[in-house]
Design a protein. Structure first.
Length: 431
C-alpha cells in the first residue's frame, strides 16, 4: 500500500509542480501587493504632499466629481476610509445593455483621486498589462488566481488546489515511519509505544546538512514539507474556497454551520444605474443600520471602509471595520439595503456568528497575509518560496529515481543477453 501511495504522490506532484511553482512565486510577491504597487505607481497611489492643516474633501464629494468626469460609467464603489499619504480610490463599471445583457467595457475601472484637491492622479484598467507598469501588480494578481484566463483559469487552478490539498495529506503520511511487524510492537505501555514511534519519525524533521546531493535534496523535500505543513494546507484549502466554491462550500457546510447564504435581494429584470437614494443619503442609512446591527449583535464599529452599489439588484453595501474583523487594513462587517427604499436586507459579520464563516474568514485572511502585520507577510512570502522549493526538489527526486530505474533495466537486459552474445562469439571462432 505504501508503495502505491508513493507512486500517487510522485505523479500527482509532477502534474502539479509547474502550477505550484508559478502560483507560489506570484503569491510571494502578492504578500507585498500594496507596497510594491506604491513603488511602481508613486505618482498615482501617493499624491504630493499637501499644505499643513488642509482638510481632505468628503470621499462622496470626490465620487461625484469622478462620476461627472466619466459620464459613460457609474461609480461601483467608494473607499470611505482615508489613509494619510494615500490617494482616494474609486471603482468604475460600464453600464449593462438592458436588451442584450452585455456590459459596456470601460477604458479604466480604477481611479485615484487627490483627497485634498479632487484632482484625478491616475487611472487604470485593473489587470490590463498592456497599460504598462502601472498594472504590473494587478496583472500578477490575475496570473496568481486565474493565469489571466478569467473563469477558465480559475476553475483550472481550483482543481489544482483541490489535488494539492489531497496531496498535502499524502505527503504527510509518507513522512511517517514504516509500520513495524506486529511482533515488535506488542507492549503494554502505550507511552513507550508512542515514544518509540515519535523517535522513529524524528529524522523526517531533520535536514542532514553535512550530506550533499541526493540525500540533501530528499531531506529538503521531506522536512521542507513537514515544518510549514499547517500553512501549506491552509493555502491549498483556502485556494479551493477562492476558486472552486462548488467543492468548498458543500464540504465545509457538512461539518460547520454558516450564516444564511441566501442573496439579500434577487436581480432585477433591468439594472438600475441611477439609484433613487444618492450616495450621501446611502451612507447615512448605512451608518444608521450598522449602528443598529452593532447594538443587536454586540460588536463595536471601529471605522467605515466602503460604500458599494450593485445596479443589477439596486442594492447598496455599506462596509465597516469592527472588532469582529481580524484583517489589518480592511473591514468585512457589512449591511445590505435597498437603493430605492433604504429597507434593510441582510448583515454579514465575518467572525463570531457562525463557526463556518469564522473559519473561512481566517483561512482567507491567512492566505492573503492580511493579519499580524509585516512579520506574517514575511512568513507567507517565505512559505511561497518553500512551495516552489518543494516542487523543484520533488522533480529532482523523480528524475533521479527514473534514471536509476532505467540503469537497472539496462543491466537486467544486458545480463539476459550476455550468454547469447558469448555463444555467438564461440561459433564465430569455430568457423
Amino acid at each position: 500500500m505504501r508503495r502505491n501511495i508513493v507512486v500517487v504522490h510522485r505523479y500527482l506532484g509532477l502534474c502539479l509542480a509547474g502550477f505550484l511553482i508559478f502560483s507560489a512565486l506570484t503569491g510571494s510577491l502578492l504578500a507585498w501587493y500594496h507596497e510594491l504597487d506604491s513603488v511602481f505607481n508613486p505618482a498615482m497611489v501617493q499624491p504630493p504632499a499637501t499644505v499643513e492643516g488642509a482638510a481632505a474633501q468628503d470621499p462622496l464629494t470626490l465620487a461625484q466629481t469622478v462620476a461627472e468626469h466619466y459620464p459613460d460609467a457609474y461609480v461601483r464603489f467608494v473607499m470611505l476610509r482615508q489613509t494619510p499619504g494615500q490617494a482616494q480610490l474609486m471603482g468604475l463599471d460600464g453600464e449593462i445593455d438592458p436588451h442584450t445583457g452585455a456590459q459596456a467595457d470601460v477604458a479604466n475601472d480604477e481611479v485615484y483621486v487627490d483627497r485634498f484637491t479632487g484632482e484625478i492622479l491616475g487611472e487604470r484598467k485593473w489587470g490590463a498589462i498592456d497599460q504598462g507598469m502601472k498594472n504590473l501588480m494587478p496583472f500578477i494578481y490575475r496570473l496568481h488566481y486565474s493565469l489571466a484566463l478569467d473563469s477558465l483559469g480559475e476553475y483550472l487552478l481550483g482543481i489544482v488546489a483541490l489535488l494539492w490539498t489531497i496531496d498535502c495529506f499524502i505527503g504527510a503520511y509518507l513522512t511517517f515511519p514504516p509500520r513495524r511487524r506486529q511482533s515488535t510492537v506488542k507492549d503494554g505501555n502505550l507511552l513507550r509505544v508512542v515514544g518509540n514511534w515519535l523517535t522513529r519519525w524524528s529524522p523526517s524533521w531533520k535536514v542532514r546538512t553535512q550530506r550533499a546531493g541526493c540525500k540533501l535534496n530528499f531531506d529538503l523535500h521531506r522536512a521542507g514539507g513537514l515544518w510549514p505543513w499547517v500553512m501549506l494546507f491552509i493555502i491549498a484549502w483556502s485556494s479551493v474556497g477562492f476558486n472552486l466554491s462548488e467543492v468548498y462550500n458543500p464540504v465545509m457546510g457538512t461539518f460547520f454551520p454558516f450564516q444564511d447564504r441566501e442573496e439579500p435581494k434577487p436581480s432585477l429584470a433591468q439594472p438600475q444605474f441611477t439609484p433613487a437614494i444618492s450616495l450621501i443619503e446611502a451612507r447615512e442609512i448605512g451608518r444608521r443600520l450598522m449602528a443598529a446591527e452593532a447594538r443587536a449583535n454586540n460588536f463595536s464599529i471601529i471605522e467605515e471602509h466602503m460604500l458599494a452599489y450593485d445596479p443589477a439588484k439596486a442594492l447598496y453595501r455599506y462596509v465597516v471595520k469592527s472588532d469582529r474583523d481580524i484583517r489589518d487594513n480592511w473591514g468585512s462587517t457589512m449591511v445590505y439595503f435597498d437603493a430605492s427604499t433604504g429597507e434593510y436586507r441582510a448583515t454579514y459579520i465575518a467572525t463570531g456568528e457562525a463557526i463556518g464563516n469564522t473559519i473561512t474568514h481566517w483561512l482567507f485572511s491567512l492566505h492573503m497575509a492580511a493579519v499580524w502585520g509585516t512579520p506574517f507577510k514575511v512568513f507567507v512570502a517565505a512559505v511561497g518560496l518553500a512551495v516552489a522549493m518543494l516542487s523543484v526538489t520533488g522533480i529532482l527526486i523523480w528524475h533521479r529515481k527514473r534514471y536509476a530505474r532505467l540503469i537497472g533495466r539496462r543491466r537486467t537486459v544486458s545480463k539476459k543477453l550476455a550468454p547469447n552474445e558469448n555463444r555467438i562469439i564461440e561459433l564465430m571462432l569455430l568457423k
